[in-house]
Design a protein around this ligand. Structure first.
Ligand SMILES: Nc1ncnc2c1ncn2[C@@H]1O[C@H](COP(=O)(O)OP(=O)(O)OP(=O)(O)O)[C@@H](O)[C@H]1O
Length: 250
């Protein structure tokens, strides 16, 4: 990890109708950092992540990528969304394409890589998530965990600077979760900058450099994984984590 800021969120607000979902969010993510965003359901975690890659447009405030606002009219959104990839809870694979094609299409259309190069990269990344035997399979033939590992291989094939994960294991059967977490752990060890929204507390504690606890649209507490999980200062954080422990923390 370095002190080079990749993403900076300043006074971010997001409102849906008259529902203020995000209130004055401020955040910095450094190169090589793994940031986990935790918090109760509905606290605004996914909305924050979706604002960071502009799947949602912020109502107020700013988001900077390498110190440059991503909200200006001349900002190259396609380029940004290639550099800041996303792994979705619901996989978002193309059902009519096979596994290999799913991992090639962004490379050939957005990055303009030639198909041979795109295939080489896709096969390397599929191998890393143990999906090489399934290159010709269609998504419908795969388990949820397998689909998510393809989702990770597809995202990494784009050679992103930052990878966002929006609850990547919450749609999976419990026995599939560990394989996906192992793939994410391996990625974190490569030094990739990662921001994840997760309900997997033990995993977040294990791999995060920085943890943000959200409550009702605000960052209620943030700090190192050690500080948040072993010595939370705010009562809201303590209550949230206690509830998780009682529910059987993974
Ligand atoms: N497109 C939308 N239109 C209206 N309200 C929305 C929209 N997206 C999110 N919300 C609302 O914003 C609030 C925060 O949702 P969000 O999905 O960000 O929470 P979360 O912390 O990620 O929750 P979970 O852990 O359950 O996924 C919720 O009340 C949700 O209903």
């Amino acid at each position: 990890m370095t002190n080079e800021k990749i993403i900076t969120v300043e006074h971010l607000e997001k409102t849906f109708g008259d529902h203020r979902v995000l209130k004055d969010i401020n955040l910095e993510v450094n190169h090589g950092e793994v940031l986990s965003i935790i918090g109760a359901s509905g606290s605004g975690k996914s909305t924050l992540l979706r604002c960071i890659n502009l799947l949602e447009h912020p109502t107020n405030g700013d988001i900077k990528f390498h110190q440059q606002s991503i909200l200006t009219s001349d900002f190259d959104l396609t380029d940004y969304q290639a550099k800041v990839g996303m792994v979705f809870q619901s996989f978002n694979l193309f059902n009519n394409l096979n596994v290999l094609e799913n991992c090639m299409i962004g490379q050939t259309t957005v990055l303009k890589r030639d198909p041979a190069q795109a295939k080489k990269v896709a096969l390397e990344q599929l191998d890393k998530v143990a999906m090489s035997p399934y290159v010709n399979a269609k998504p419908a033939q795969l388990s949820g965990g397998q689909k998510q590992r393809v989702g990770i291989a597809r995202a990494v094939s784009m050679n992103p600077e930052v990878l966002l994960f929006d609850e990547p294991t919450s749609a999976l059967d419990p026995e599939m979760v560990d394989d996906v977490l192992d793939s994410m752990r391996a990625l974190a060890h490569t030094g990739l900058t990662m921001i994840l929204v997760t309900h997997e507390m033990a995993f977040a504690r294990d791999i995060s450099d920085h943890v943000v606890f959200m409550d009702q649209g605000v960052i209620a507490e943030e700090g190192s994984a050690e500080a948040i999980f072993t010595n939370p200062q705010k009562e809201r954080t303590q209550t949230f984590l206690k509830r998780y422990l009682q529910g059987g923390m993974r």
